[in-house]
Design a protein around this ligand. Structure first.
Ligand code: CA
Length: 752
């Protein structure tokens, strides 16, 4: 009934509009060149549209400056949505008012300016009441990963950014920044809604936030930005997914899917976090909300399967700095945390960051009507200071062990059931008063972005393509790599493969032996494999030796491009024998270039024997900017015998704390006569500097160099346990930045 009336009213309204507006009909101008675009813009009146002709527009820097009116905006769009591709050095600036942009795709290039889309022409000429909708920015990243830009810079007031699709930002800089850097950009009332924030790979340094509202400089200013109904899909750039640095923003009804990091209320007061859903699915470093400052409200949110800890926890309330400078930590006062559901959230940290500087504990704050449920029965709470300023009242939990909160959480038997909306609720209806509302409707992926641009998986999985047999004759292996499709698996016949060219990889490829260790590869050039942008390599069951390598120092078996990769790569070696890399000195197994970044390196069940150089050289970011070469390095169940150089050099310098990595897992390996060569610069079998997570477990070290661990920033977690050391010094751990004894856990290590 209501619908019918609705339709009738709309029809009547449309007819009225038709009769009143029709005398001056709006114009649509189809343009096919930057020149004809300019001419069309000059002639555009309120209500007009400029339509870009379908096709590739290369190096087109669009300035869309015009003034429409509320009833008659001026539109810039595509002849067909998705068919206008802006490539090369293209970008878009919008200035004026009542403007709409839609249907454009930015890909295959990057902006030469500091923003792909700017809601301004310059510092004074801003956009107001304007909208960008159904626009795509796909992997439009500066090829220099540390050259900073924003993909979207919002300035001015009352602008809307909705139903856009942003995916694959790989260079430094926030994906979408709301700037408050002039009066005309403050109290902006922008709306950012129904966008698809697609996967943003781990950046490996500060500057990988997906969304930032304000900066510390303007953090006492109100922004009034609403961020609602967006989908954040694996936004893994750095520790902050969203960084709120201004006041009176509303973050509502967004979904955070397997995104590493947190929604951080870093600066600014009076923000509202409501109706959001965080699905971590147990993925490493998935977090929720981190609270700093005054008057923050967090209600009716749903947190599930979050593994993050410390400042990356499922939920964190920070300690502040007394009389904090504007860029440090303001005390938490009057935080309201109500009706949230926390299921399988590993960590909730209260008064986090308490130290000599951050000594101002939370005040006048409360947890009310929340539900805490952990299947493992462990309480998620860690308390780092006096939390008498946080009142717990009328919360419930299942029976959790070792809870640090003694009152205000009623422990009882709770069973949960997944409802039609995908969220868990207490079976017992009486208990549904606690936790998130049954009416919460999570934003799904397909409600966000455009309908016409596919949300593709960001990476091609190893082994996802065809299987191709390769014989040992001639250049067959090299030719097979060249013609393979991403994800293909090359199966090597038994025999001897002598490669006379470097195998360059710019796609995901697996190379396996048909019969384990019956195919042997040797190579004539200074390296066998070079992983270039887009490349990822998996080796399985091979024998590789240095018998044919050139007689000069510094050969490698595998390396990345020497400089400037933008795409993260993966490297796996399993079940293989790597031997006799002994032609001349410093014959390394794997050498990273600088600005190359492995999302992971996995080395499992191999034997490495007789090598004159290092195995893993992941220490090229010597400029100490918090940059490093690999996120996860895992070596499991291998044998390392007679390796003159270091097994792993993993280096992250600088004082920045914006990354979760690097991580090193070294487990179940047998190490014999390792790292004692006179050219081993690190004088260590494993040298870790600034590594954030280290697990060295159940290894045997025989006649080998010491393990050296240097702790720098970020409360690194180091466990070195259950190892045996024969004729090998015990591991050395030093704290380079904090005073006092080292914080590593060295346990059950035996000297034989
Ligand atoms: Ca940051």
């Amino acid at each position: 009934m209501i619908d019918k009336i609705g339709i009738k009213l709309t029809t009547v309204f449309s007819l009225l509009m038709f009769f009143t507006i029709s005398p001056v009909s709006s114009k649509e101008r189809l343009v096919n060149s930057p020149e004809s675009y300019k001419e069309a813009l000059t002639n555009s009146k309120p209500g007009d549209s400029i339509i870009l002709k379908n096709g590739i527009w290369n190096d087109f820097e669009i300035l869309f400056k015009a003034n429409g009116s509320k009833a008659k905006p001026i539109t810039l769009t595509a002849q067909k949505k998705g068919k206008v591709i802006l490539t090369g050095q293209s970008n878009l600036r919008i200035a004026g008012k009542h403007l709409i942009v839609s249907g454009l795709v930015f890909k295959n290039g990057f902006t030469p300016s500091s923003e792909v889309i700017a809601f301004r022409r310059n510092k004074v000429d801003l956009a107001y009441h304007s909208r960008v909708t159904e626009v795509v920015i796909d992997n439009y990243s500066n090829p220099d990963r540390f050259e900073s830009d924003y993909w979207v810079g919002m300035y001015g007031q009352y602008n809307r950014f909705d139903h856009n699709h942003l995916v694959g930002k790989r260079n430094k800089g926030v994906t979408l920044a709301v700037r408050l850097n002039s009066n005309n950009s403050q109290n902006n009332h922008h709306k950012i809604d129904h966008n698809y924030f697609g996967p943003r790979p781990v950046f490996g340094s500060n500057g990988g936030e997906t969304l930032r509202i304000g900066t510390s400089h303007y953090s006492m200013t109100d922004s009034h930005t609403t961020v609602s109904d967006n989908f954040f899909d694996r936004c893994n750039g750095e520790v902050e997914i969203i960084s709120v640095k201004s006041g009176k923003n509303q973050i509502k009804n967004n979904t955070f899917y397997e995104s590493r990091g947190t929604l951080t209320l870093r600066h600014g007061n009076g923000n509202l976090i409501e109706g959001n859903v965080f699905f971590g699915n147990g993925v490493d470093h998935t977090g929720g909300v981190r609270i700093i400052n005054r008057d923050q409200t967090v209600k009716n949110n749903y947190f599930e399967g979050l593994t993050g800890y410390r400042f990356g926890s499922g939920f964190t309330i920070m300690n502040g700095v007394p009389d904090s400078p504007i860029n440090r930590y303001h005390q938490v006062v009057n935080a309201k945390v109500e009706n949230n559901t926390f299921v399988d959230v590993d960590h909730i940290h209260l008064a986090a960051g308490s130290d000599q500087e951050r000594s101002a504990v939370p005040k006048n704050s409360s947890f009310k009507n929340n539900l805490f449920f952990n299947n493992n029965g462990q309480s998620p709470f860690s308390v780092f200071d006096d939390i008498s300023g946080i009142k717990f009242r009328d919360n419930i939990s299942n029976q959790l062990k070792e809870s640090k909160i003694n009152t205000g959480i009623n422990a009882q038997k709770v069973t949960l059931k997944r409802a039609g909306n995908g969220l868990l609720y207490p079976d017992d209806k009486e208990l549904r008063f606690f936790g998130a509302s049954v009416n919460l409707r999570p934003t799904s992926k397909n409600e966000t972005g455009t309908t016409w641009y596919e949300k593709e998986e960001p990476e091609v999985e190893f082994g996802s393509g065809q299987t191709i047999s390769v014989s040992a004759s001639g250049d067959e292996l090299i030719n097979a790599v060249v013609s393979a499709k991403p994800g293909d698996v090359l199966i090597l016949d038994d025999g001897q493969f002598d490669l006379r060219k470097i195998v360059k990889l710019n796609k995901t490829i697996s190379i396996k032996s048909k019969n384990r260790q019956k195919s042997t590869i040797s190579f004539d050039r200074s390296t066998l494999f070079e992983i270039a942008d887009g490349g990822s390599l998996q080796l399985d069951g091979l024998v590789i030796n240095g018998a044919n390598s050139p007689d000069s120092s510094g050969n490698t078996l595998a390396r990345t491009s020497k400089w400037g990769m933008t795409k993260n790569y993966r490297f796996e070696v399993k079940n293989s024998l790597i031997e006799n890399l002994v032609i001349n000195h410093s014959f390394h197994f794997f050498d990273s270039g600088s600005r190359a970044f492995a999302s992971y390196i996995l080395i499992e069940n191999n034997r490495f024997k007789n090598i004159t150089g290092d195995l893993f050289r992941l220490d090229k970011e010597s400029d100490d900017l918090g940059i490093y070469n690999a996120e996860y390095v895992t070596l499991k169940n291998n044998e390392f015998i007679n390796v003159e150089g270091s097994l792993v050099n993993l280096y992250r310098g600088g004082s920045d704390e914006s990354t979760f990595g690097p991580h090193l897992y070294f487990q179940g390996n047998k190490v014999v006569n390792a790292s004692l060569g006179k050219r081993n610069k690190s004088k260590a079998s494993i040298w870790l500097h600034g590594v954030q997570v280290t697990n060295v477990k159940k290894n045997m070290f025989d006649d080998s160099q010491i393990i050296k661990v240097e702790h720098t920033v970020g409360e690194p977690v180091t466990n070195i346990t259950d190892n045996q050391f024969k004729n090998t010094e015990f591991p050395g751990v030093v704290e380079l930045r904090v005073r006092g004894p080292h914080t590593a856990n060295l346990k059950n290590n035996k000297k034989l």
